[in-house]
Design a protein around this ligand. Structure first.
Ligand SMILES: NC(=O)c1ccc[n+]([C@@H]2O[C@H](COP(=O)([O-])OP(=O)(O)OC[C@H]3O[C@@H](n4cnc5c(N)ncnc54)[C@H](OP(=O)(O)O)[C@@H]3O)[C@@H](O)[C@H]2O)c1
Length: 265
């Protein structure tokens, strides 16, 4: 069945690919942007800034006014702060949470009343494998993703009665603009400088060799077609998905040792 889908952040990366794939499948796709950009033919763009609650409200009611319903919300847009926690100022944490957490909460809160009234809907939150394993020097970013995990779990329980499904997708490393736009905080005299440089090189190498975002977009298209989607989907390399499994079954001490070694610490 063809659906009305809202995707946040379609100027690049996952958002851009999801919009392209879903419009090709015949869905009506609205994608949020903040400035003029190239999008696939047929995708409808709409302005939304996640740090601006009014723009979120305006965009969502505009789509509902035109379409009369919103079937799928894909929370995708976000930014990425990196660096040692001790070196990351409070405003860096606040900005990360404002965009990647409060912006998503706001979007969800504006869409849910419409989905509730139509007694159907699907909310897909793009989390991260890092939100299940933890990653060194990605504490600012993963804190927001961990928050999304907690939010999604509660939301899923609350919305079940209204026939609204909540799905969490945890990607591993994919080649997107994420690598170029990461905002880094590291003090000039940082005690973590050497370790951070080493870990960041490993992280960036993995991201650079990351999978094609089209893989994730195709997965999302299949999830949308399911009548009863699972709660969680891991999308990434074998080793990234295995890390989640190891974290679940290994004693925490051993897992911490392995992940520290992996990131050159
Ligand atoms: N790439 C990976 O390996 C990976 C792995 C796990 C999870 N993820 C998650 O996947 C999602 C998409 O990331 P991506 O890798 O595709 O990165 P990306 O290519 O940098 O795309 C990010 C998108 O978010 C938008 N955005 C950023 N800040 C915004 C704001 N304040 N308000 C509205 N839109 C904003 C950007 O729009 P502008 O062009 O206007 O900046 C862009 O469209 C994110 O939630 C990310 O955390 C990515």
């Amino acid at each position: 069945m063809k659906k009305v889908i809202l995707i946040t952040g379609i100027s690049s990366g996952f958002g851009k690919e999801m919009a392209r794939v879903l419009v090709e499948k015949g869905h009506t796709v609205y994608g949020t942007i903040r400035s003029k950009c190239d999008v696939a033919e047929g995708v409808k763009t709409i302005y939304m800034e996640l740090a601006d609650g009014e723009s979120i409200k305006k965009a969502i009611s505009h789509i509902h006014d035109i379409e009369g319903h919103i079937d799928v919300l894909i929370n995708n847009a976000g930014m990425h702060s990196g660096g040692p926690i001790e070196d990351s100022p409070e405003d860096v944490f606040r900005k990360q949470m404002d965009i990647n957490f409060h912006g998503w909460v706001n979007t969800i809160k504006n869409v849910v009343p419409f989905m509730r009234k139509q007694n159907s809907g699907l909310i897909i939150n793009i989390s991260s494998i890092g939100a299940l394993t933890g990653l060194p020097f990605q504490g600012v970013y993963t804190s927001a993703k961990f928050a999304i995990e907690g939010l999604s779990y509660a939301l899923r329980l609350e919305l079940k009665q209204f026939n609204i499904h909540v799905v969490v997708v945890n990607p591993g490393d994919f080649k997107t603009r994420n690598v170029e736009t990461r905002e880094i905080s590291v003090a000039d005299n940082s005690v973590y400088k050497k370790q951070f440089k080493k870990s960041l090189a490993i992280i960036e190498k993995e991201e650079g060799n990351g999978k094609d975002p089209e893989i994730l977009a195709n997965k999302i298209a299949r999830i949308i077609e399911k009548k009863n989607p699972k709660y969680r989907y891991l999308v990434g390399s074998f080793i990234q998905k295995s890390a989640v499994c190891f974290k679940r079954i290994m004693p925490e001490r051993i897992f911490t040792h392995l992940i520290s070694k992996y990131y050159g610490m």
